[in-house]
Design a protein around this ligand. Structure first.
Ligand SMILES: Cc1cc2nc3c(=O)[nH]c(=O)nc-3n(C[C@H](O)[C@H](O)[C@H](O)COP(=O)(O)O)c2cc1C
Length: 339
């Protein structure tokens, strides 16, 4: 029997060999935004382990858009070159290299001036950001497009726009962090404007035969904040632009949010968006077991499974999951004697 977890997923002209994806995870191990041996071995090991698509951590599109001074960045040629060995190794293992393009906004803790839609701090532990001027917002759209061009040159096959977790684009979406009174603030349509401009620019740069993903926070988990209903409207608009896949996370706008962490706690969001918008979605968050992942797909709650921390503990999780589910395990020939 063919399981859902190990059936391929084709998006545009790209076929992902299974439904297991590695969620983007900051490693805080870069200097000057440059990928190094840590990133190659860390990501490469999950490719060896059989993961179908690997998303490189939140990567800053401008220096001040990094979360920390040790986060990856992609705005110059040197950073592009440093990523090439990673994409080439991931592809050599028949896995798909993807990268999350990001801007930290008011949650940035790296050097540089921090800005956001409005001059409202994330918490009293954080600096108060400066509110962006209109022309700066347009410039950031160009910065995202520039990073996407570099990502393509570096060998990536998928880009993911980071619109989640209380970073810059999510800050525009949520009424809790966006207090603007111009065309980028107020009604939902205005709050969506900057993220949609970015999505459009990315889709424009990215080859027509390759997919573009977006990660969203489907809810702020706070009364009066960003929620599922608004996420559905956003995803309809993203779909219209040509975004192929929504990676559905949640939270991150305010530290005080009460999030009901439990296995599958974000799956209902992925399910609702998948069915209401008719778009491919990925489920993420406290998914650790093979049967749990299989059930999510079997129930049509999502089209792929993203694993974060479980892949840090178990770099070869797909091999283990395949053995558990009675599938042919994706064991590289170099490791066959171990099984
Ligand atoms: C060390 C670490 C770093 C993370 N960095 C990112 C990131 O760069 N971008 C992002 O969207 N999410 C990031 N996350 C969130 C994960 O992608 C994932 O959504 C979250 O850990 C929940 O999935 P899990 O329960 O499988 O770990 C990070 C999580 C961890 C544990």
């Amino acid at each position: 029997m063919r399981t859902k977890l190990f059936s391929p997923l084709t998006i545009r002209d790209l076929t992902i060999k299974n439904r297991i994806m590695m969620a983007p995870m900051c490693q805080y191990s870069a200097v000057n935004g440059l990928a190094n041996h840590w990133h190659l071995v860390h990501l490469g090991q999950r490719a060896i382990g059989g993961v179908g698509l690997i998303i490189v951590e939140a990567t800053g599109i401008v220096p001040e858009g990094r979360i920390t001074n040790n986060c990856l960045a992609l705005f110059n040629q040197e950073q592009c070159e440093a990523l090439k060995s990673i994409t080439s190794f991931i592809k050599s293992q028949n896995s798909v290299p993807a990268i999350q393009l990001a801007h930290s906004g008011r949650k940035g803790q790296c050097d540089g001036e921090h800005y956001a839609p409005s001059a409202v701090a994330f918490s009293d532990q954080y600096q108060t950001p400066r509110a962006l001027e209109t022309k700066e917002i347009y410039k950031l759209v160009e910065n995202f497009a520039h990073s996407a061009r570099l990502a393509l040159r570096a060998g990536f096959e998928v880009i993911e726009a980071h619109m989640a977790h209380g970073y810059l684009m999510h800050e525009f979406l949520s009424p809790l962090s966006n207090k603007r009174t111009d065309e980028f603030g107020g009604p939902l349509e205005n709050r969506m404007k900057f993220p949609l401009m970015v999505a459009m620019a990315l889709r424009d740069v990215w080859p027509k035969n390759l997919p573009v993903f977006v990660r969203i926070s489907a809810s702020d988990w706070i009364e009066g904040g960003w929620d599922l209903e608004q996420s559905v409207v956003l995803c309809h608009a993203l779909k219209k632009i040509g975004i192929d896949f929504i990676d559905v996370s949640s939270g991150g706008t305010l530290a005080t949010a009460k999030i009901p962490f439990a296995p599958n706690y974000q799956v209902p969001f992925a399910k609702e968006i998948k069915h209401q918008v008719d778009i491919l979605t990925g489920a993420v968050g406290l998914i650790t077991k093979a049967q749990q992942a299989e059930d999510i797909l079997f129930n049509h709650d999502a089209d792929a499974i993203l694993l974060g921390r479980e892949l840090l503990r178990e770099p070869h999780w797909p091999i283990k999951a395949a053995l558990e589910l009675g599938e042919v395990p994706p064991i590289p020939k170099q490791y066959e004697k171990a099984y």
